[in-house]
Each structure stands twice: as structure tokens, then as C-alpha cells.
Write a protein that binds this ligand. Structure first.
Ligand code: DC
Length: 258
């Protein structure tokens, strides 16, 4: 069949999409007995909960590096038939541009003008999020270690956050949505109807990250200790930045994904 691209769900591009998606957004959506597990994980998290999500309501999934936010968000979004916005991809796009231009992503004086003339856009194609940087689809180029580090650094720049958060709020205004990111519950969508704070021990996160990297053959020769250090370092940068740091919103439900 033809590819369906939904931009913000405002522009539903085919009859088929409207038929399969819209009925799910009317009335209550009930989600129950959700279980998540990870290969080798001891216990599934978020099991046996029910979410009653109505059209227009928003779910915030908050957590640090490798906590399992996007796995949980993707799974929930699929079960609920609503959109999932991975906000990290936007910071990754910004970070990639800085790298491409040879600009230090933590250099506010140079990043602020760069971001002012940068166009980042998110499009949903057949349910999959694609990120465009200045009109070019870079979705497949932002999962490298360099881009992860650049995203974390560029996320400390207020001008970057203001611009990306505006985009994120705009998308959430027009859609029932699940959004994952570090500042979603505390800053981007403080009045989201549902908030989950996902946690896991740094050792456990490193173990899983290592598992993923080995499986995809992209560990780049890094050791478990290297990975653990990277995760701890990104957590530190993300939670100590001044502007909208990684924070557990007081009203978020803690979920340990172990
Ligand atoms: O979730 P992720 O690993 O794709 O995010 C990459 C980096 O982007 C993360 O280390 C910090 C930044 N980021 C952010 O500052 N705020 C968000 N809401 C999401 C990501």
C-alpha cells in the first residue's frame, strides 16, 4: 500500500488512516495489564495498570539515559493507538548540526545563532517518527555515540530548549500524545494527565545498553565500564543543567524498569 505520513495527526493523509486511527480516539481508551520486560530482566515493570486516556490527554514519560523511556513509550503508544514523540531525537538533530559545522555544542555564543537559523521538524510516517534537519531526513544518522554526547551538551543551551520545547508543546496541543524526555513532566507538559518517572540503576542501564550495542554490532570496542561512565556522565550533565533539567515531577508515578 501507499505510505501514510501523518503530520501531527491534523493532516490525515488517507482514508485508511482515518478509519483505523480515529475510532480509537473517541471515548475512553483502556489499557490494562501492560508488561514490559527486557532480555534478561528479572521483573517486568508497569504491570497490571490501567490507563484511561481520553482524546486530548497527554502522557509524559520521564527518565534519564537508558532508563527505558522510549521502549515503554513506544509500547504504550502502540497499545493506545496514539502518537509517541521522542523529544531526544530533536536534541540529537540539533547536536548533529553542530558537529557537522564543527561548532562546540556547549558553546552558547555560537550555538544560539546557529539554532535561530535551524529548522527541525518531526513527521510521523506509518507510525514511525522521522526527524528532519533543515529539510533533510536524518533519522538514521542520530544514534551514534558522538551525536548522543552532542545532544546532551546542546541541551544545556537555553535558546535550544526554548525553540524545541515550543515545537513539542505545539504538537501536544493538537494531539493525544505520549512524550518521552527528561523535562516533560516538570517543564514541557507540567499539566500532562499522566506522568511516569522511569528509573533503573546505572549498572542495569549499562548492562542493557551493552546488550543493545553488541547485538547491533555498534559497541565500537567500548567496555562495560566505558558505557557505565558515559551513562553516568550524561545523567550528570542532564540533571545539573540550569535550564529545565532532568527532574522527577512531584506528581509523576515512579516506575522501576529493572
Ligand atoms: O533521550 P536521548 O538519549 O535520545 O536524548 C539525547 C540527549 O538529548 C540527552 O542526553 C539530553 C538531551 N535531551 C534533553 O535535554 N531533553 C529532552 N527532553 C530529551 C533529550
Amino acid at each position: 500500500g501507499s505510505e501514510m505520513c501523518i503530520r501531527d495527526r491534523l493532516h490525515i493523509s488517507s482514508e485508511q488512516t482515518a478509519d483505523t486511527v480515529l475510532p480509537k480516539l473517541t471515548g475512553d481508551i483502556v489499557l490494562s495489564h501492560v508488561t514490559f520486560s527486557y532480555p534478561g530482566a528479572a521483573e517486568p515493570a508497569l504491570s497490571d495498570i490501567s490507563l484511561h486516556i481520553r482524546p486530548g490527554q497527554r502522557v509524559a514519560i520521564i527518565g534519564g539515559t537508558g532508563a527505558g523511556k522510549s521502549t515503554i513509550a513506544k509500547s504504550l503508544a502502540k497499545r493506545l493507538g496514539i502518537m509517541h514523540l521522542d523529544t531526544g531525537a530533536m536534541y540529537r538533530a540539533a547536536g548533529k548540526k553542530a558537529l557537522d559545522l564543527g561548532i562546540n555544542p556547549a558553546d552558547r555564543d555560537r550555538i544560539a545563532p546557529m539554532i535561530a537559523s535551524t529548522h527541525i521538524d518531526v513527521v510521523f510516517c506509518a507510525g514511525v517518527q522521522r526527524v528532519f534537519l533543515d529539510g533533510v531526513d536524518i533519522t538514521d544518522k542520530i544514534r551514534t555515540q558522538d551525536v548522543s554526547k552532542a545532544a546532551s551538551d546542546i541541551g544545556t543551551i537555553p535558546e535550544v530548549r526554548v525553540k524545541l520545547v515550543e515545537l513539542q508543546r505545539g504538537i501536544a496541543e493538537r494531539n493525544s500524545i505520549i512524550m518521552d524526555g527528561r523535562d516533560i513532566g516538570s517543564y514541557v507538559l507540567p499539566d500532562a494527565e499522566f506522568k511516569f518517572y522511569i528509573t533503573a540503576d546505572v549498572k542495569e542501564r549499562a548492562r542493557r545498553r551493552m546488550f543493545d550495542l553488541r547485538r547491533s554490532g555498534t559497541d565500537g570496542g567500548r567496555t562495560y565500564e566505558d558505557i557505565e561512565r558515559e551513562i553516568a556522565n550524561r545523567d550528570r550533565v542532564d540533571s545539573t543543567r540550569e535550564f529545565a533539567p532532568l527532574k522527577r515531577a512531584a506528581d509523576a508515578i515512579p516506575v522501576s524498569y529493572t
